[in-house]
Design a protein around this ligand. Sequence first.
Ligand SMILES: Nc1ncnc2c1ncn2[C@@H]1O[C@H](COP(=O)(O)OP(=O)(O)O)[C@@H](O)[C@H]1O
Ligand SMILES: [Mg+2]
Length: 231
Amino acid sequence: MQPFFITSSGTGTGKTLVTTALCWQLRQAGKYVSALKPVISGFDARDAENDTARILRSCGLPAEPKMMDIISPWQFKTPLTPSMAARAEEKPMVDMDKLVAFCRDYHVLKSDFLLVEGVGGVMAPMTKKHTVLDWMVALNWPIILVVGSYLGAISHTLTALETLRTNGLKVAALVVSESFPADVSLADTTMALENFVPRDVPIVKIPRLRDGAEPWKDVPSISWIVESANK
Ligand SMILES: Nc1ncnc2c1ncn2[C@@H]1O[C@H](COP(=O)(O)OP(=O)(O)O)[C@@H](O)[C@H]1O
Ligand SMILES: [Mg+2]
């Protein structure tokens, strides 16, 4: 099974959109996909649009509380980074060793692909001492980095890429999901990025989609990113 970790330059950029689109597209192609959102904040099990529910729905699974507890064992109601949410709710911080073991244990299940959506951006605090970067380094899985096309996104993107690279992580693809509103076009953003992004990192564009109940179905084909990495 080929695992991937989906991270981004910041929160609200398109990680869930990319994760759900990959689940949907790979399943349409007859592949077995497991997807996890191990840590979720701002979580309300009754909200059908929470990340966990979206991931389950894109995998054709029921978005029931029992299923949500399986793929998202660390849940916080507060919409803050996990360390702050834990503090606000007077709950223990996420145990990083247990979190890494949880992801690795899923890895032994038989699927063609395992997708793990992180939280926030590359260096969002998980505990008082750890960020998402520590989680990714411990797993050492290929990374799918999701970024936007807003003014400023290029610097955020290159900073995130450089951080991943200097920490020895392999970036399988850079996905630019069109921001709205945006002062810069998607085409201009990706053209500028091409000058700085290493040649072996494919840059994939997702244009702004119309609002829909199942946005993952409207994303252009991106599953080749993971299928080519699996060869
Ligand atoms: N290209 C896009 N077109 C339309 N909506 C998008 C696009 N990219 C992201 N969004 C929307 O922006 C919001 C944040 O995206 P999401 O995937 O939840 O980000 P993240 O998981 O990184 O926090 C969601 O409502 C999502 O559907
Ligand atoms: Mg998300």
